[in-house]
Design a protein around this ligand. Structure first.
Ligand SMILES: [Zn+2]
Ligand SMILES: [Zn+2]
Length: 368
């Protein structure tokens, strides 16, 4: 028996209860979780908003996790028992037509792994009822079974409570800067939303040599954190028009790149408005599937050759990118410690969700 944070009724609270874990099937590994981070997308999955991500109860959320492999199923070439791993919500095959087109976030194998109707079936069950996991993972459990492609072995020198953040917040933010676009030295970059993902955009843009990194948020705590992560300017969006405030820094044309991580459509419109002609707005924050973007002057997109793009989980290959991010942390060039404002036992998940909804703190990590 193991304990997990299970939502038993749609929109209900999450309960820390005993669950059954089946043995690993072909191509799977058993992972004893050491730490799991709480992301805004987990709350959206549990409490609705994004149709394609809705999790029928009983459900276990969580897509940031790190732990130790304790058993491998038939046919697994890696990782091995005893390996420390970061879990990835995307498991790439490297061979499908999207991987070979350099769009690994769109990997067809990833879609297959995230579909509970395929593979070996749900890893967890409650009194015989299968539990819906978040994609191929569901990390809010002491132990689980995941596809081997989704367990990325890392250097054992890496602390696992920090490593779990690489599974989403870090790889999504840093990856958007490195994989989705090319930020050149001197470019002006604005980052709308400075939570876990936004702060990683800030630090990656600064390391890429951006001429200015303009952090935008409505929280003084998050703006102060953005400065610590390398922002050259901060904008409190409660007091100013964001595109005007961005241009006050960049000059009249605006930013080369804006990155939107809040998922709020008003902020997305500001992100498009604040880019210069030829600039790119990168949208990363998940919005409810019913939402639409109301751009008031669509002719500007054409006349000014503006680009609007999405970026899913850093647009990279987990097996390539996670070990690099680990190495950068161990070498002292990637900040991770400062992202965690609270460590809690998994039993306190409802309190952590309340903190996240109220915008309190940066990242909560559950330690096991
Ligand atoms: Zn996430
Ligand atoms: Zn693929």
């Amino acid at each position: 028996m193991t304990k997990a944070a299970v939502q038993l009724k749609a929109d209900g609270p999450v309960e820390f209860i005993e669950v059954d874990v089946r043995p690993p099937g072909p191509g799977e590994v058993r992972v004893r979780m050491a730490a799991a981070g709480l992301c805004h997308t987990d709350v959206q999955a549990l409490y609705g908003g994004v149709a394609s991500m809705t999790m029928p109860p009983p459900a276990v959320a969580g897509h940031e996790g790190a732990g130790v492999v304790t058993e491998v199923g038939p046919g697994v070439l890696g990782p091995a028992v005893g390996d420390h791993v970061i879990l990835s919500a995307l498991g790439h095959d490297g061979t499908c037509e999207f991987c070979t087109d350099d769009h690994p976030s769109l990997c067809l194998r990833s879609l297959q792994l995230a579909d509970p109707r395929t593979g070996n079936g749900p890893a967890l069950s409650v009194d015989g009822t299968p539990v819906t996991p978040f994609g191929p993972l569901g990390t809010f459990t002491e132990e689980t079974i995941v596809p081997a492609e989704c367990a990325i072995a890392i250097d054992k020198a890496m602390p696992l409570d920090l490593a779990c953040l690489i599974g989403c917040a870090v790889s999504t933010g840093v990856g958007a800067v490195r994989n989705r676009v090319t930020v050149r030295p001197g470019d002006h970059v604005a980052v709308l939303g400075c939570g876990g993902v936004g702060l990683n955009i800030v630090q990656a843009a600064r390391r890429a040599g951006a001429g200015s990194v303009i952090a935008v948020d409505v929280s003084e705590e998050k703006l102060a954190a953005a400065t610590a992560f390398g922002a050259t300017h901060v904008i409190d969006a409660r007091h100013v028009q964001v595109p005007d405030a961005v241009r006050a820094v960049t000059g009249p044309f605006g930013a080369h790149f804006t990155f939107e991580s809040t998922g709020l459509t008003d902020c997305m419109v500001q992100a498009v408005s604040a880019i210069r002609p030829g600039g790119t707005a990168v949208l990363l924050g998940m919005a409810p599937s019913s939402s639409a973007l109301a751009l008031d002057n669509i002719a500007d997109i054409i006349l000014q050759e503006k680009v609007i793009t999405g970026s899913l989980m850093g647009s990279g290959y987990s097996a390539r990118d996670f070990p690099v991010l680990v190495r950068e942390y161990l070498e002292g060039t990637l900040k991770l410690d400062e992202l965690i404002t609270r460590r809690r036992p998994l039993a306190e998940i409802n309190e952590a969700i309340a903190d996240l909804k109220s915008g309190t703190g940066l990242r909560t990590v559950f330690t096991f």
